[in-house]
Design a protein around this ligand. Structure first.
Ligand SMILES: [Zn+2]
Length: 145
């Protein structure tokens, strides 16, 4: 094998620690901005936050390294605020590609509006992981202005 470049194990773990720190910072900032009620169903977020302090912060596109877009994991607009039920529902609909259902969610227009500013920040290699329904919605609504 040629060259000894690439990132060492140590560099990788430093990178990981940095990403973790960034994510924690992002969740902290979102917690401050969060409303008291679910943006989708209007229920109080209290029980959701009691269940888990981050459960009401829903990524529009996933942050998972394997299936998501980690390049925008901490983009300020890559999120909406929902109760546990709506959050889980959204994630499942996106995973199962139940797009005709996801676009019926009351919060959907808000999601599209926010997400519109996210794609330029997504790494090219991750773009194919963005749910098609989001790309389509952004295309459609960017015409009217
Ligand atoms: Zn809800």
């Amino acid at each position: 094998m040629m060259g000894g470049g690439g990132s060492s194990k140590k560099e990788k773990s430093q990178e990981k620690a940095k990403a973790k720190k960034e994510t924690a910072k992002w969740f902290g900032a979102q917690t401050v901005q969060a409303p008291s009620t679910c943006e989708n169903c209007g229920r109080s977020l209290q029980a959701t936050i009691a269940f888990h302090p981050r459960a009401h912060i829903c990524h529009i596109v996933k942050k998972s390294k394997q299936q998501g877009c980690p390049s925008v994991a901490t983009h300020p607009l890559n999120r909406w605020f929902g109760c546990k039920r709506c959050h889980d529902g959204y994630d499942i609909m996106m995973d199962e590609k139940e797009y005709d259902e996801v676009i019926q969610m009351p919060v959907w227009p808000k999601i599209v509006d926010r997400f519109r500013q996210v794609p330029p920040h997504i790494k090219e290699s991750e773009l194919r992981r963005v749910p098609q329904v989001l790309l389509d919605a952004v295309k459609k609504t960017s015409k009217k202005k």
